[in-house]
Structure formats: structure tokens, C-alpha cells
Design a protein around this ligand. Structure first.
Ligand code: ADP
Length: 484
């Protein structure tokens, strides 16, 4: 900015320069060719225009025209002009001087503009590079603020990240004029605020309709184009960091999944192989044994091997469910088929039980994995038998409820206390009343829950202690096909 004093000094200097030219020609060189004088004066005016500006050059032009007329156009020594031809020369001089001044000032402004544009492009390029080198979203945001301050020489900058609801301020003092609310508002509305008077600008940062946040500048004189380009660069930088972060998380999760699966498979093999050998050996010995004491001991080994085997199978199954390794092979299946298959495999267990079956005439097929749902049924039947008095009746029913098929397994057993009804689905949880009387691992219901949930279903219990329990689970209906 030019102060009034500097401007006055320049105006005086311009007039002085013209006076000096006139003096040199009039006194020292005593040139009488008006053309030479006029051209030299024009040259001086052009110099003033390019160096200082239009006002100075117009004042110089008027001074030159007056001096030219006074000292060189006849009658010399007066401001009058006798000859019409000289009037033309005088007019041409004035017009040329002013037009040339205008042109040269315009050219100078253009050059200055081109230089500042080039500088902006260079700075944007530097910012782009800085942003591409950053790592995660937080460090990219911080780097963006620091690089803008450094490369664009802006006193203070603040960035608001909408997704993380975080503010990155270059300093707390100077950025105070841009409040958190203002930044949030601009990010939400997507409309920039440029206040030239207070020298603050807040612009929204977004990419393809996605609002990323906003960027506030204190003391910035950047053009609207530069601000837009800057916003775009920051948006790209932040989104790039976010997608890199996402990709590395996915890769990390994938690797840990692969690791878990490999470990589980190795564990399954290492635990099951010796158990199978023990079981084989003990069964062989039992058939040969005559001594009753040894026979009893071998029976214990046999039972314990079975128990250990069940524990290994259940623990591994649970681990698979927890590692999200359970992939049900879903297809349309009739629920009564699954129930019949489960009853068949549990025939031995249910031999002294009366199992009542209640099913509606027509029931849509369920979209399930046959084996897995059969496993759940077997578990519920096994529990019903283990936790109810010998010979007490059981009931299985199925019905349609909206888009789900609900299956209930009912017993007249000891029931479950209300405060335990949700806990029994937790892994390793065993009911207080039964844990010492009935053998178990506390994993059966947790596995059943994992299987049902992997089908997008739900499992729950209703029970009246002392009277019995009803275990229910809901499964998705197969759309379209009606069975029976
Ligand atoms: P486990 O039977 O090996 O203990 P489960 O996960 O199958 O493990 O069951 C957890 C607990 O839920 C059992 O310890 C028992 O207290 C309770 N429970 C399960 N089924 C029944 C049932 N039909 N009647 C009463 N209690 C039950």
C-alpha cells in the first residue's frame, strides 16, 4: 500500500523529472527540434508510468504538455499556440502520453498478476506434495495447516475435521476470531464466508458431495480461485489419508483372521489326534479286560476321553464362531425335516421321553444351513434332557411369525432363575443350581447363539423356575417357496 506521503513525493518527483528534461533541452542543449524534445518527454512519461502508476504519469503528461508548449511551441515563452499545426502537435503529444501511460500501467498490472498466479500455482504444488507425504488423517490435517502457513505466508489457519469433530488450530490466539460454531456451520452449509474487512475467510472442504470439514484463514489475501484450489487439495489429501487408514485396517483384520484360522486348524489337529488314539486304545482294552477293578478304571478313562473330546470340539467351535469363521451354507430347508433328523440322531437319549410335536399344516421353508440348525436342535434337546427329571415329557413346536419361523423346545425341568436367563447364553456360564449336579462345559448355548446369529436370527429363553423352560429361536423364511 502506498501512503499519501510517498504518493506526494512521487508526484513532485515526476514533475521534477519533466522539468529537468525540459531544462536540459532548453538551456543546455538548446535543441530546437520539437520532435526530439517530445520523444524524450514521452520516454520519461512511460518510465514514470511503469515505475509508479497512472496518476503520476498523467500529472507528468500534463506538466510535459504545458512545458513543451511554453518552451518549444511558438510563440515561445507563452502558453498560447499560434499555429494550427502546433495545436495538432500539442494535442497529439498529450493523447499519446496519456494513452501510452495507460497501456504501460496495464501491462505492468498484467505482469504482476501473472507473477502472483504463478507463485500461487507453485505454492499449491508445494502444498499438494506436503499433503501426499502425510500419513494418517490427523497428521495430514496438522500438516495441511502448517504447510498453508509456511507456503502461503498466512498468519493463522484452522482446520475443522467433521468426521472426527476435531479442530486443528495453528495457534489459539490468532485463530480466536474464527469460532468452532462458525467452522461447523460452514462445513454443514457448504457456503464460504469471505470477510475482506476483518481479513478472515472460512471455506467448506468437501469432495463429490461429501462434507469433510472447513478451513479458516486469518489475514489472508488469497484470491477466490486460490482458495478453491486449496480447499480441493486439502480435501483430496484428507480423503486419501482416510482411505489409506481404512485399507490398512482391513488388511490388518484380514491378516489376523488368517492367523486365527490357521491357529485354530493347527490346534484342532493337535488336540484331536491324541484323543482319537486314547479313545481307540481304551475301547480295544475294554473289550479284552476281565478284571472288574481294571474294567472300572478303563470305563472312567473312556468316559473322561469322551468328555475331553466334547470339550475340545466345543471350545474349537466357539473359537471359530468368535473368529467369525462360521460361514453357514444357506439354502431353503423344511423345518420339519431338520427336526426329524435331530430326533433321529438323539434317539438313544430320548428313548424314555415322550416328545410332543406341534407344527402348522403349511410352513414356508427356512433359509438355513441344515447341519448347523440340526446342531442347535440337538443341543437344546440334550439340555432339555439333562436339566429335567428322567421320563418327563418334552415338546417341540414351530410357527410362522412375520418373516421368521420360530421354533420352541419345551421341558418340564427345574427351570432357570430370572437373573440367569440372559447369562446362560454367555460362554462358560453354568447355572448356579445345576453346575455341581450336571456335567457340562457352559459352551453349548453360546455356540447355539453364535450359529443362530450367523443366520441373522435370534435365540432366547422363557422359564418359570420349578416348572420348566422354553428355549426358542427365530430363523429367516426362504422367500417365495411354500412347502407342504
Ligand atoms: P452346559 O449345559 O454345558 O452347562 P449350556 O451352555 O448348554 O452349558 O447351558 C448353560 C446353562 O444354562 C447350564 O449350565 C444350565 O444352568 C442352563 N440350562 C441350559 N438348558 C437348560 C434347561 N433346559 N433347563 C434348565 N437350565 C438349563
Amino acid at each position: 500500500m502506498t501512503t499519501p506521503l510517498v504518493r506526494t513525493i512521487r508526484l513532485v518527483a515526476s514533475v521534477a523529472l519533466i522539468a529537468a528534461v525540459i531544462f536540459v533541452y532548453f538551456r543546455v542543449m538548446a535543441a530546437n527540434t520539437t520532435t526530439t524534445v517530445a520523444l524524450t518527454l514521452l520516454l520519461a512519461i512511460l518510465g514514470i508510468a511503469t515505475q509508479w502508476g497512472l496518476t503520476e504519469s498523467i500529472v507528468a503528461s500534463i506538466a510535459a504538455a504545458l512545458g513543451f508548449n511554453y518552451f518549444f511551441l511558438p510563440p515561445v515563452g507563452t502558453f498560447t499556440i499560434s499555429d494550427t499545426q502546433n495545436w495538432v502537435a500539442f494535442g497529439a503529444f498529450l493523447v499519446t502520453a496519456i494513452t501510452a501511460s495507460q497501456l504501460s500501467v496495464r501491462a505492468k498490472r498484467r505482469t504482476a498478476e501473472a507473477i502472483s498466479r504463478r507463485r500461487e500455482v507453485e505454492r499449491l504444488y508445494a502444498l499438494g506434495q506436503a499433503m501426499l507425504l502425510s500419513g494418517n488423517v490427523r497428521s495430514t490435517a496438522r500438516d495441511a495447516v502448517n504447510s498453508i502457513i509456511r507456503t502461503f505466508e498466512i498468519p493463522a489457519v484452522v482446520f475443522f475435521s467433521k468426521a472426527d469433530n476435531e479442530f486443528f488450530r495453528s495457534d489459539t490466539q490468532q485463530t480466536q476470531t474464527i469460532s468452532d460454531e462458525l467452522l461447523r456451520g460452514i462445513a454443514d452449509r457448504g457456503e464460504p464466508l469471505i470477510d475482506r474487512e476483518r481479513q478472515i475467510a472460512v471455506i467448506p472442504i468437501g469432495l463429490g458431495g461429501l462434507a469433510i470439514g472447513s478451513l479458516g484463514f486469518v489475514g489472508s489475501t488469497l484470491s477466490a480461485e486460490a482458495l478453491n484450489a486449496l480447499a480441493y487439495l486439502v480435501a483430496i489429501g484428507i480423503e486419501r489419508a482416510r482411505s489409506l487408514e481404512q485399507a490398512s485396517k482391513v488388511e490388518g483384520a484380514r491378516q489376523s483372521e488368517v492367523l486365527k484360522a490357521t491357529l485354530l486348524d493347527a490346534l484342532a489337529h493337535d488336540l484331536k489326534t491324541p484323543l482319537t488314539s486314547i479313545k481307540g486304545a481304551v475301547t480295544h482294552l475294554i473289550t479284552k479286560q476281565r478284571d472288574p477293578e481294571e474294567a472300572e478304571l478303563l470305563a472312567i478313562v473312556n468316559e473322561e476321553a469322551d468328555r475331553l473330546n466334547r470339550l475340545v470340539v466345543e471350545v474349537l467351535e466357539m473359537a471359530r464362531i468368535e473368529a467369525a469363521k462360521l460361514h453357514p451354507d444357506r439354502a431353503p430347508h423344511r423345518i420339519d425335516d431338520i427336526i426329524s433328523a435331530s430326533l433321529r440322531t438323539q434317539e438313544e437319549l430320548l428313548k424314555d421321553r415322550n416328545v410332543e410335536l406341534r407344527m402348522p399344516e403349511s410352513l414356508p421353508a427356512a433359509e438355513v444351513d441344515f447341519e448347523f440348525i440340526q446342531q442347535v436342535m440337538k443341543q437344546l434337546l440334550d439340555n432339555a434332557v439333562r436339566y429335567s427329571p428322567p421320563g418327563s415329557p418334552l415338546a417341540i413346536s414351530a410357527s410362522l411369525a412375520g418373516e421368521k419361523i420360530v421354533i420352541h423346545v419345551e421341558d418340564r425341568g427345574r427351570g432357570i432363575a430370572e437373573n440367569e436367563q440372559s447369562r446362560i447364553f454367555e460362554k462358560f456360564y453354568r447355572g448356579l443350581a445345576s453346575r455341581d449336579e450336571v456335567q457340562g462345559t457352559g459352551l453349548g448355548l453360546a455356540i447355539a447363539k453364535g450359529i443362530i446369529e450367523a443366520h441373522g436370527g435370534k435365540i432366547w429363553v422363557t422359564s418359570e423356575p420349578g416348572k420348566g423352560s422354553v428355549f426358542s429361536f427365530a430363523l429367516p423364511v426362504h422367500k417365495g417357496e411354500l412347502v407342504r
